[in-house]
Design a protein around this ligand. Structure first.
Ligand code: GSH
Length: 256
């Protein structure tokens, strides 16, 4: 079986898929797209993924898109040596409900500080016409880009995103308390943990880890996920924003 992953080192959605491939010891070749240069909007790539986003998985010529769908697909076709989906239907439904919550809340909210703090200088350097043309060429993210503009999201939007991230931490805390932890659904790590992982790693990367300093169950969860064997090969050098954008190190060091 041959697997090719079209992805980007710092893309949170790609990190989910890399983690699952690594955990399952599935060899894969990686095609890295430069998202700021617009590789994801080129005609050939759009034929694979009409949403114009990463990741996209090519499995022996079968194209699978959307990170949540891809990780469920991988768990189905390669249930060994590790499996991240509960056998029990009720537990499986709970996992999927959490994955929907994660896609709607932290996975979306984390884009606001990410773009404002890391990517904005690239867009600020464009002319207004160039920026509008770039935004309008995005099948999925046109409105998001236009709302951000070349000056960035206003404080109101930043605060709303931070509030959504805070509510995510509250939800994680509640789920861990309900299941007995250490993972969201109890004793076993599931796709729900893998889905939320990149948002939490990104929060730490942006210096927002103080947001869980009074939440020991999340601190334990974060240590446990970073201790997984698949973590290091997933977050190879260049996967963190602070490794690519040195100006962020100062932002990350500020008190929240
Ligand atoms: N729901 C999709 C979202 C994919 C997505 O938003 N990917 C981002 C990187 S994490 C992307 O490719 N952005 C490119 C852009 O905004 O043009 C998934 O989970 O695969």
């Amino acid at each position: 079986m041959a697997f090719t992953l079209y992805n980007a080192p710092q893309s949170t959605c790609s990190q989910r898929v890399r983690f699952v491939l690594n955990a399952k010891n599935i060899p894969f070749s990686e095609i890295k797209l430069d998202l700021l240069a617009g590789d994801q909007l080129k005609t050939d790539y759009l034929k694979l993924n009409p949403n114009g986003v990463v990741p996209t998985l090519d499995h022996d010529g079968a194209i699978v898109i959307d990170s949540s769908v891809i990780i469920e697909y991988l768990d189905e076709i390669a249930p060994e040596p590790v499996n991240f989906t509960p056998e029990n239907s009720v537990e499986r439904a709970r996992m999927r409900a959490l994955m929907h919550f994660i896609d709607e809340m932290p996975a979306a909210a984390i884009r606001v500080p990410t773009f404002n703090l890391a990517f904005l200088p690239r867009f600020a350097a464009m002319s207004e016409e160039e920026f509008i043309a770039f935004a309008e060429s995005k099948p999925l993210r046109k409105e998001f880009m236009l709302a951000m503009g070349r000056k960035g999201f206003p404080e109101k939007d930043m605060n709303a995103a931070l509030d959504r991230l805070k509510r995510t931490l509250v939800r994680m805390d509640d789920e861990i308390a309900k299941s007995g932890g250490p993972w969201l659904l109890g004793k076993h790590i599931t796709l729900a943990d893998i889905s939320v992982m990149p948002s939490i790693v990104r929060m730490a990367d942006l210096g927002l880890d103080a947001m869980w300093q009074n939440r020991p169950s999340i601190a334990r969860w974060y240590d446990a996920i970073r201790a997984q064997e698949a973590y290091q090969p997933t977050f190879y050098f260049g996967s963190l924003l602070t490794e690519k954008f040195p100006h962020l190190k100062k932002i990350a060091a500020r008190p929240v």
